[in-house]
Design a protein around this ligand. Structure first.
Ligand code: NAD
Length: 488
């Protein structure tokens, strides 16, 4: 049985009150680990260690030191990729193929930020000859990093790599449902020769996250999760006006015009919605199809859905695993029922799959609800499960209006062969990412984040490093002379 501990000030330790939490496999509800469950008191120790490390020798590290550190972490992730992928699938239920892809992306993220950090230098500004004016980027300080359960280590990597690369110290708190890969990652960091307190792991629930958000000794909180917790973090952060980055939920339209390549559009509509059983912040669960092809498109999806292979993520033939928790399972089924009650037509799914192997665990059939209209709750709220809601639209204007009519603004996709229309749509959609004739690609070089209620700030890309820095103007007058302005 895996047992995890906290990592504070360079030491593995148990929570002060010895708290533990059973970690459960979403595939069969068996207990797979006992994780340390910290309280606010442990979080305070970690914050104090990170503060001391930031104010101490860590400030003297060079850009080159930190770029080397990130590259070394990438090497260790490559070394343990198979082990990490197994842990991720065990804990989240996602297929091993998906977890292996995550590990490749995580190593790529560390390498990308290593390169970016290494290229970072202060800019020298135009100024009089007796003056040195420079624009400097400095670390923000102690960073509290809070991550969700759907992409546990990937979301952590998007935060840890730029935070350490920019010279900050870190306290990370993964979701208490899925701490296993972040714990293993911390074991990798512990192999490195970092000063104590630079990297701290505190596993626990909302109270640990709240302590990070409230603490006056934390300078920045970067949070990925739901809107409810995001709002409370934003409020808590006002205590010392700490910097915040929020990556929140989405309601992401996947808009198919009649002139699209329909073979590709059908295929990607399934991938957009059922990848990781729809538990993706950018999942394309809100399908919008042009009137003239709507019925045929729904018909093609209806043929494909029963053929999706549901099963344990470790089995090679599995295409979709379970959802992560009992709570999610019930919430998704509730949303489906609410949709049917509002008038949506259940085409497929909407229940636990039949068969002995699906009796335990958090299984759901891939679900298609057709004839959804823009005003329905299921067209507006994040479902975060394997559910497609399909709406019909009659014109570009109608599609655009309906797609933008949501509090969220994370990601959208458009399917058309008309490049002018593709460009018009991608400019007019109020979303942080707009894909045309594709779904889901993201990479470290491109920014990730949302408009409106999908968050504040961006991760990845150059801006994903800048978010972890303070910008300073350093002005040095080398030959000061009396001015004789006041009372001379
Ligand atoms: P969640 O908000 O319940 O929890 C996220 C993290 O915050 C967890 O570590 C949790 O323990 C912690 N937390 C909970 N309440 C807190 C509080 N009051 N103060 C501080 N920390 C608190 O979210 P979740 O259910 O783990 O994740 C699913 C959500 O995450 C979905 O809404 C999804 O869209 C979103 N998400 C967004 C992105 C993105 O890039 N925008 C990526 C992944 C997930």
């Amino acid at each position: 049985m895996i047992q995890t501990q906290l990592y504070i000030d360079g030491q593995w330790q148990s929570p002060i009150d010895q708290g533990t939490r059973a970690i459960v496999s979403p595939a069969d509800e068996s207990v797979i680990a006992q994780a340390a469950e910290a309280t606010r008191a442990d979080a305070r120790l970690a914050i104090a260690a990170a503060r001391k490390a930031f104010d101490g020798p860590w400030r003297q590290t060079t850009i080159r030191d930190r770029a080397r550190l990130l590259n070394k972490i990438a090497e260790l992730i490559d070394r343990d990729a198979e082990k990490l992928a197994h842990l991720e699938s065990l804990n989240t239920g996602k297929t091993l193929t998906e977890s292996r892809t995550d590990m490749g992306d995580i190593a790529a993220t560390f390498r990308y930020f290593a390169g970016l950090v290494a290229s970072e230098a202060g800019a020298v500004n135009e100024a009089p000859h007796h003056v040195i004016s420079r624009t400097l980027r400095e670390p923000v300080g102690v960073c509290g990093l809070i991550t969700p359960w759907n992409y546990p280590l990937l979301q952590a990597a998007w935060k840890i790599a730029p935070a350490l690369g920019a010279g900050n110290t870190v306290v990370i708190k993964p979701s208490n449902l899925t701490p296993l890969t972040t714990h293993h990652f911390t074991q990798l960091v512990a192999e490195l020769d970092l000063p104590p307190g630079v990297f701290n792991l505190v596993t626990g629930g909302a109270e640990v996250g709240a302590e990070l958000a409230e603490s006056l000794d934390v300078d920045l909180v970067s949070f990925t999760g739901g809107a409810f917790a995001g709002e409370s973090i934003m409020k808590a952060a006002t205590g010392n006006f700490k910097r915040i980055g929020l990556e929140l939920g989405g309601k992401n339209p996947n808009i198919v015009f009649a002139d699209a390549d329909l073979d590709a559009a059908v295929d990607y509509a399934l991938n957009a919605a059922f990848f990781h059983a729809g538990q993706v912040c950018s999942a394309g669960s809100r399908l919008m199809v042009e009137d003239s092809i709507y019925d045929a498109f729904i018909g093609r999806l209806a043929e494909r859905l029963p053929r999706i292979v549901i099963g344990n993520g470790f089995h090679g033939e599995t295409q979709m695993g379970p959802v992560q928790s009992a709570q999610q399972h019930d919430k998704i089924l509730g949303m489906v029922q609410a949709g049917i009650a509002e008038g949506a037509r259940l085409v497929h799914g909407g229940k636990r799959p039949a068969g002995d192997v699906f009796r335990k665990g958090y299984w759901l059939e891939p679900t298609l609800l057709a004839d959804v209209t823009a005003g329905m709750k299921i067209a507006k709220e994040e479902i975060f499960g394997p559910v497609i809601t399909a709406e019909r639209f009659r014109s570009e204007e109608e599609a655009l209006r309906a797609a933008n009519d949501t509090p969220y603004g994370l990601a959208a996709a458009v399917w058309t062969r008309d490049l002018d229309k593709a460009n018009r749509m991608s400019r007019a959609l109020r979303f942080g990412t707009v894909w045309v004739n594709d779904y889901h690609p993201y990479f470290p070089e491109a920014p990730w984040g949302g408009y409106k209620a999908s968050g504040i700030g961006r991760e990845l890309a150059r801006i994903g490093l800048d978010e972890y820095t303070e910008l300073k103007h350093s002005y040095i007058n080398l030959a000061p002379k009396a001015m004789g302005w006041f009372g001379a």
